[in-house]
Design a protein around this ligand. Structure first.
Ligand code: NDP
Ligand code: GDR
Length: 336
């Protein structure tokens, strides 16, 4: 039985990836923060349907000894390093902790793998935020990086670390350069989920307004379950190669609002209000990915398009509010 270790298993991608690996008969291990095991289950809620099939280990990306111990105990065949402070806006408020967690965390995991299981296959969660201020469109594996946030900088460094461990030590270490991907398991602070959850609350009469920052930013939005399959294909590939993963279509935040409110029979112009508090000191204005290399070499293609994604997120949130008066998910939604 193959063993996989996932950092960030409690997050959106970690939860879908764990499910996918379990379906294929893997023994799935996750590094989780102690608080996740102690807070009564809120933080592991994304894992609730299959929690009893997982092996969770208390550790932190800030602690090399904890990572070293877990890798020694598990001796994984595959490591998916997804754990990170992943919210771009927060990285401006606390650049120090974002850089520390994301850069040192990646270094610690790579070094533990090199020392303990150098033959293990390693995946790093790179990001389209590495492109930042783009010089060409669409962006592919050759597009230069110009990150526009501490988060983006941390991901460029993680990408460089991963490449260096591959080149210096011959490790099977590769990065996916994944464009935005969303789902009903997306955190409520990210714009797609903020919109879909507010649409449901407005429809239910609990709120009247949705406050947003830059409505003109454009993103290449895909569906998270499609994207975790790309991670797995990358580790099954004959060679460790970096790939762009994207849908090849770009839409603005305004487009997302229009489609999401329409899905609930509402007009976004009646509810969306600009609030500069949600603008960023430096913005990534346009992202559009070219995943033709992944299509040619991995046979990977997305199954869900923009319209399908909006529909499934809005319907999930409408249903969630229809069925529960005050679930823990509802409480989380009120904080952004
Ligand atoms: P989430 O924010 O949903 O999940 C982040 C995970 O990292 C959580 O499990 C979180 O644990 C964990 N984590 C954060 N800090 C620490 C720490 N100090 N020690 C241990 N664990 C920690 O992110 P996603 O699932 O959306 O993304 C997964 C990865 O992919 C991230 O690295 C992200 O930057 C990257 N990425 C995401 C994209 C997207 O569109 N979703 C696109 C490109 C890259 P806890 O539950 O305890 O907070
Ligand atoms: P992003 O995602 O920064 O692209 O990073 P997010 O959903 O936070 O922002 C997307 C765009 O929407 C604009 N925006 C707002 N964003 C938020 N969160 N809240 C608002 O109120 C709001 N108003 C407008 C933003 O300015 C931005 O342009 C995500 C994360 O998952 C990263 O971890 C990942 O690496 C990248 O996607 C690819």
């Amino acid at each position: 039985m193959k063993k996989a270790l996932i950092t960030g298993i409690t997050g959106q991608d970690g939860s879908y990836l764990a499910e996918s690996l379990l379906r294929d008969g893997y023994e799935v291990h996750g590094l989780v923060r102690r608080v996740a095991l102690e807070d009564g289950g809120t933080r592991v809620s994304r894992l609730s349907g299959f929690l009893d099939q997982l092996h969770l280990h208390d550790g932190s990306l800030e602690s090399f000894p904890s990572i070293y111990q877990i890798v020694t105990k598990v001796r994984p065949d595959e490591v998916y390093h997804l754990g990170a402070q992943s919210f771009v806006a927060k990285s401006f408020d606390d650049a120090f902790s974002t850089l520390k967690t994301n850069i040192e965390g990646t270094h610690f995991v790579l070094e533990a793998v090199r020392q303990i299981v150098p033959e293990c296959r390693f995946y790093f969660a790179g990001s389209s935020e590495m492109f930042g201020k783009v010089s060409e469109s669409p962006q592919n594996e050759s597009t230069p990086f110009h990150p526009r946030s501490p988060y983006g900088i941390s991901k460029v460094t993680g990408f460089d670390l991963t490449r260096n461990y591959r080149e210096a030590y011959g490790m099977f270490a590769c990065s996916g350069i994944l464009f935005n991907h969303e789902s009903p398991r997306r955190g409520f602070e990210f714009v797609t989920r903020k919109i879909s959850s507010h649409v449901a609350e407005i429809k239910a009469g609990r709120k009247t307004q949705l406050q947003l920052g830059n409505l003109e930013a454009r993103r290449d939005w895909g569906y998270a379950e499609d994207y975790v399959e790309a991670m797995r294909l990358m580790l099954k590939h004959s060679d460790p190669v970096d790939f762009v993963i994207a849908t090849g279509a770009t839409h603005s935040v305004r487009d997302y609002c229009e489609a999401a409110f329409a899905e609930a029979g509402l007009d976004y112009r009646d509810h969306v209000v600009h609030n500069e508090q949600f603008e960023r000191p430096a913005e990534v204005e346009l992202l559009l990915g070219d995943a033709s290399k992944a299509k040619a070499e991995l046979g990977w293609e997305p199954n869900v398009d923009f319209e399908g994604l909006v529909r499934l997120m809005v319907r999930h949130d409408l249903e969630r509010l229809g069925h529960s008066a005050a679930s823990s998910e509802d409480r989380a939604a009120t904080t952004v």
